[in-house]
Design a protein around this ligand. Structure first.
Ligand SMILES: NC(=O)c1ccc[n+]([C@@H]2O[C@H](COP(=O)([O-])OP(=O)(O)OC[C@H]3O[C@@H](n4cnc5c(N)ncnc54)[C@H](OP(=O)(O)O)[C@@H]3O)[C@@H](O)[C@H]2O)c1
Length: 254
């Protein structure tokens, strides 16, 4: 059994801990975090400590900490020379872990929230390592967790992360705006659900470019002006205007 220590108690730590628990070839030695107790949504059978000096021996240490603190936490870790340390960040350099002998990245390309379960075996994992030997070890371990494992360099991984931000973070924020606009008119945002579902489903049949509709795609100037006039006094004017221009440009390129 490959022994794993998970560092952090946030969204990614939660989902990785569930995936590791499910796998017969992997075993969680402990979770280490800064909270006094392991949050209740985690399996309470897992050993836990908030004292880094009490960290257990393991084959693999997975740092699931916010990007800006990965280096600091890695520097605190005193582990065996043979062990591997990885982080799970899309945009953090591999070499922030260079204090250790064997290190790498296991970046799961998905949006994780503690309150939403996920089938981890469908999550693509982007891997990187400081040597060929460690890469093959990380590849083997990642393949226990996911059916799709892809090797990339740090630069490619960052561009994957930027793409993921457009696909998920920004598109989700568009829905935050949509819901706020409906709320201002006392309309239940549930009315948008079928449209939201179709927006995703359509991409199983068409490319994103082919799927683009709306006043900007048709260049319906009168409608666009009407919307901009209504949004003039809101904080969403610039966003509507900028995205409309981009869609018109896209249509002109086609
Ligand atoms: N969420 C995603 O969708 C996603 C997807 C792919 C990759 N990632 C990557 O996975 C990593 C973790 O993301 P996440 O979404 O799980 O973040 P998160 O839910 O915000 O959790 C961050 C964890 O870091 C801990 N932490 C923050 N500052 C710390 C410090 N100074 N010392 C010790 N612990 C500290 C937090 O502790 P407290 O809870 O006590 O604050 C928490 O356990 C990041 O590198 C992120 O880029 C995230």
């Amino acid at each position: 059994m490959i022994k794993v220590v998970i560092i952090g108690t946030g969204n990614v730590a939660y989902h990785i801990s569930k995936a590791v628990l499910k796998n017969k070839k992997l075993e969680i030695a402990m979770i280490c975090g800064r909270k006094k107790k392991l949050p209740t949504n985690f399996s309470q059978d897992i050993a836990y400590s908030n004292n880094f000096k009490k960290i257990k021996k393991a084959d693999l240490y997975i740092i699931c900490i916010n990007d800006d603190n990965i280096f600091k936490i890695s520097e605190k870790l005193n582990i065996d020379k043979e062990s591997i340390v990885v982080h799970t960040s899309g945009s953090t350099e591999l070499n922030v872990l260079s204090k250790h002998n064997n290190y790498g990245v296991i970046y799961p390309l998905q949006t994780f929230s503690k309150d939403k379960e996920i089938e981890f075996s469908n999550v693509p994992i982007i891997i990187e390592a400081n040597s060929k030997l460690i890469l093959s070890r990380i590849k083997e371990i990642s393949s226990f967790l996911s059916n799709k494992v892809l090797k990339c360099n740090s630069n490619q991984r960052t561009f994957i992360h930027i793409s993921a931000i457009f696909t998920n973070n920004f598109s989700n924020f568009m829905n935050v705006i949509a819901q706020d606009i409906l709320k201002s008119q006392d309309i239940d945002s549930e009315i948008l659900k079928p449209l939201l579902n179709e927006t995703i489903d359509k991409l199983n049949f068409l490319t994103s470019k082919e799927a683009q509709t709306g006043p900007a795609a048709r260049n319906d100037k009168i409608t666009i002006e009407k919307h901009l006039n209504l949004l003039k006094k809101t904080k969403y004017f610039e966003t509507y205007n900028a995205l409309t221009k981009e869609i018109i440009n896209l249509k002109n390129e086609l």
